[in-house]
Design a protein around this ligand. Structure first.
Ligand code: DQA
Length: 142
């Protein structure tokens, strides 16, 4: 699980849009689902584009990645290329509905490189992304 920039501020950051849950609380919920499904999950948050690219490259051939690229979603061709360049299937996730906000947010340049996109369900988006990835991988829909 890769959390992009400013997501470390969840809980206090624009709660009317992102809710009151902290990143730690979301991570606990994700890890809980991982344990229930015997999945080993590592969770990383980074505010830096280069670091996110390094993490993607280092995880070139793992079972799956969930990423919330946060604001990079809307303009990072470099992260898009990094996702495209690895073998690992990637699911993009957003807490808010990126299509129901400012016009610039409705374009996701990174999702074209992903197997799917989940957006708009608050913290539940992460759990939906986890199960979407798990089901896609285990049922060989890829
Ligand atoms: C976000 C949506 C992005 O537009 C924004 O820049 C974020 C969070 C979301 O999860 O809703 O930082 O990715």
């Amino acid at each position: 699980m890769i959390h992009g920039p400013n997501l470390n501020m969840l809980g206090t950051r624009e709660p009317e849009i992102y809710g009151n849950m902290t990143l730690d609380e979301i991570n606990k919920k994700l890890l809980n689902e991982a344990v229930k499904n015997s999945v080993e999950m590592e969770i990383i948050q980074s505010n830096s584009e280069g670091e996110i690219i390094d993490i993607l490259q280092k995880n070139n051939d793992i079972t799956g990645i969930i990423i919330n690229p946060a604001a990079y979603t809307h303009y990072s061709y470099a992260i898009c290329d990094a996702i495209r360049g690895i073998k690992t299937p990637v699911v993009e996730v957003h807490i808010s509905n990126i299509h129901a906000r400012e016009a610039y947010r409705s374009n996701s340049v990174t999702s074209s490189a992903c197997i799917g996109l989940i957006s708009g369900f608050g913290y539940l988006s992460y759990l939906l992304a986890f199960y979407a990835l798990l089901d896609t991988i285990s049922s060989d829909k890829m």
